[in-house]
Design a binder for this molecule. Structure first.
Ligand SMILES: C=C1C[C@]23C[C@@]1(O)CC[C@H]2[C@@]12CC[C@H](O)[C@@](C)(C(=O)O1)[C@H]2[C@@H]3C(=O)O
Ligand SMILES: O=C(O)CCC(=O)C(=O)O
Ligand SMILES: [Fe+2]
Length: 332
């Protein structure tokens, strides 16, 4: 167990309090509409973030997992720690990643295959563990299917003939996808301050695509191309999609891997669950030839997901991880 020398809250970065601006232009894509693929491509290019409605995932799967998560996070600290530490998978509290990032958050980080989920040692009775694991497995299967549907629509929207080019990476038996459940407890102390407390610091997701669902508590913010931060109005019935670094590379920079962060709330708990769709470790991450026009060059040097992941885990949350993989003038 890592012991924080000063009270944790004093070590977590504060974010200057600007009036929270809700994102009025949030791209919202209704998957039941025939033109959804065009809107998905536009949102991935312009924002790198969108909300999906009419997604077909039963509300019961979302609610069941949320209820299980609330039960888990309300256990006493030593009990939760039986599932930890989160290096790389398990329970984590305030410490995010291996390089000194801190946030007002506790979480469970899991591999997505059923075997590793069933092996997680939760300090709950056998019967309750089965209920927890079945809620996680049902949810992951449904969200993975949804992620694949959206990736196929994106491929179609990009006029790529083989529509499963992206989704097959997530469907691979050796896909390195991960799943995370975050709990941001309320932090009443910040009410007295003219600042926000970091729940989860700014970063981009290294994978292909992330599918996020939260309860009704706000906190998620994304960075727009002009550098401003906007708050995403919570919607517990919908899914939010985040374009990851790998999809930015596969589209040679056409899609935007979006910077995002979470602010802690002074009064309400936020619970979010995120599926990070990733390829297998051996997979090469490079621009799709069909997306390159004559004379186009790759903006990035060739690398595998394994190389990128290793490099990402040496970085701090806010680092620009793709920088090390960009071809720069003079270094071509
Ligand atoms: C500081 C870190 C946490 C992180 C690994 C990293 O070194 C840099 C990327 C971080 C991130 C962001 C998206 C996901 O939440 C995550 C699981 C991932 O794959 O990359 C986290 C990593 C983590 O929390 O371990
Ligand atoms: O908890 C959230 O809403 C977002 C967290 C996040 O961005 C992450 O876990 O990578
Ligand atoms: Fe993220």
């Amino acid at each position: 167990m890592v012991v924080l020398s000063k009270p944790a809250i004093e070590q977590i970065s504060l974010i200057q309090n600007h009036k929270p601006t809700f994102f009025s232009g949030l791209p919202t894509i209704d998957l039941s509409k025939p033109d959804s693929k065009t809107h998905l491509v536009k949102a991935s290019e312009e924002v790198g973030f969108f909300k999906v409605t009419n997604h077909g995932v039963p509300m019961d799967f979302m609610e069941r997992l949320e209820a299980e998560a609330v039960k888990f996070f309300s256990l006493a600290q030593p009990e939760k720690e039986q599932a930890g530490p989160a290096n790389p998978f398990g329970f984590g509290n305030k410490i995010i990643g291996p390089n000194g990032d801190l946030g007002w958050v506790e979480y469970l980080l899991l591999q997505t295959n059923a075997k590793s989920i069933s092996q997680i040692s939760l300090a709950i009775s056998r019967e309750n563990r089965e209920i927890f694991c079945s809620a996680v497995n049902d949810y992951i299967s449904a969200v993975k299917k949804l992620a694949c549907e959206v990736l196929e629509l994106l491929a179609e929207g990009l006029k790529i003939q083989t529509t499963n080019v992206f989704s097959k990476l997530l469907m691979d038996e050796e896909s390195d996808s991960v799943f995370r459940i975050n709990h941001y407890p309320p932090c009443p102390e910040i009410q007295a301050l003219d600042c926000n407390l970091t729940g989860f610091g700014e970063h981009t997701d290294p994978q292909i695509i992330s599918v996020l669902r939260s309860n009704k508590t706000s906190g998620l913010q994304i960075s727009l191309p002009d550098g401003s931060w906007v708050s995403v109005p919570p919607d517990h019935t919908s899914f939010f999609f985040i374009i990851g670094d790998s999809l930015q590379v596969m589209t040679n920079g056409r899609f935007r891997s979006v910077k995002h962060r979470v602010l802690a709330n002074s009064q309400k708990s936020r619970v979010s669950m995120i599926y990070f769709g990733a390829p297998a470790l051996r997979e090469r991450i490079r621009p799709m030839p069909v997306l390159m026009n004559d004379g186009d060059e790759s903006l990035y040097r060739d690398f595998t997901w394994s190389e990128y992941k290793k490099s990402a885990y040496k970085s701090r949350l806010a680092d620009y991880r793709l920088g090390l993989f960009e071809k720069r003038e003079g270094l071509l």
